[in-house]
Ligand binder design. Sequence first.
Ligand SMILES: *Cc1c(COP(=O)(O)O)cnc(C)c1O
Length: 375
Amino acid sequence: MNSKIWLSSPHMGGTEQNFVNEAFESNWVAPLGPNVTGFENDLEDYLEVEKHVAALSSGTAAIHLALVQLGVGLEDEVLCQTFTFCGSANPIMYQGAIPVFVDSEYETWNMCQNHLEAAIKDRISKGKKPKAIILVHLYGMPSKIDELLEVSKRYEIPVIEDAAEALGSSYKGQKCGTFGDYGILSFNGNKIITTSGGGAMVCNTEEQKKQTIFYATQARDNAPHYQHSKVGYNYRMSNISAGIGRGQMEVLDKHVGLRQKMNSFYQDIFKDFENIKVFKETNQDCISNHWLSCITIENKGGFSKEDLQKSMEANNIETRPLWKPMHLQPIFKEAPYYGNNESETLFKKGVCLPSGSNLTNDDRTRIAEVVSKLA
Ligand SMILES: *Cc1c(COP(=O)(O)O)cnc(C)c1O
């Protein structure tokens, strides 16, 4: 059997272990230390615009702390892109708040500004103004940020920008993760870079960063004893994980380039298939890191999505359906939804393909062979 070709697996650059060893040698085996600070500085430099980054235990934790800081509580409503991974939406439930899901538009697969505005108007007319908007750049594709921020400003609703999949993507020359009132990043094992598990909050001010760290370290008041007047969490990143992150930052741009090349590879091998579209940027404003390369398959002759997935699996090549929209998930079946089933349609016809920066020429040959045999 050929070795497994994964969708997206960790890809070390080589220097990660040096940072981890330093942590051991200096006994900074704790959820603070020089690697945590160093990793935060690296991310701040990378994002270019003036931002303040707090390293956390996961992207989900970052979204949770953004909701906490925006004062989202019991029965409050939060607008959230429906076409996403559950990590975007679960923190709304942690706060006892109500998710209100908003559909995507077909160009970027991300939140549609028209559905967003319709949702805001309707929720206000029903008596509650939503407390926050969670935008996502799915699969690394920047959403229609100007249009969405215009709506959020007009209704004065703060934005949490879920850039978990979009580190290295940009919109009009500005890095994703830097547009929202809060931006969040993920360094889970399958993301563009990994700390084996981790995340970060991107804040506008040093004060917000301090507040984020305050909540992430059990909300300890300034007192000689352990005193708490707010509910805190244990969400800080470990100095060991952050060491991996510092090494990964050295290869981030290179790895983004390799993922973008994977997308070009798919555009090339599928170019003669009329029923298949490789998901890519539709204009110059957007640059996707192409975290995952995705295709949609129309049912009009040729092979089906199931045929492709089966053949890939038989050749030990991982594929995965697109994210199942949140409004179709059993846990969110009571949640309001505004849209036109764009995300549902994408879910039905889309597949994610192996996209890692560590794929080899042999891997690409194996993938291309499966496709050519199906043709
Ligand atoms: C991965 C991911 C998250 C959650 O990040 P974790 O670090 O795994 O908690 C949130 N939103 C999206 C869109 C993601 O892909």
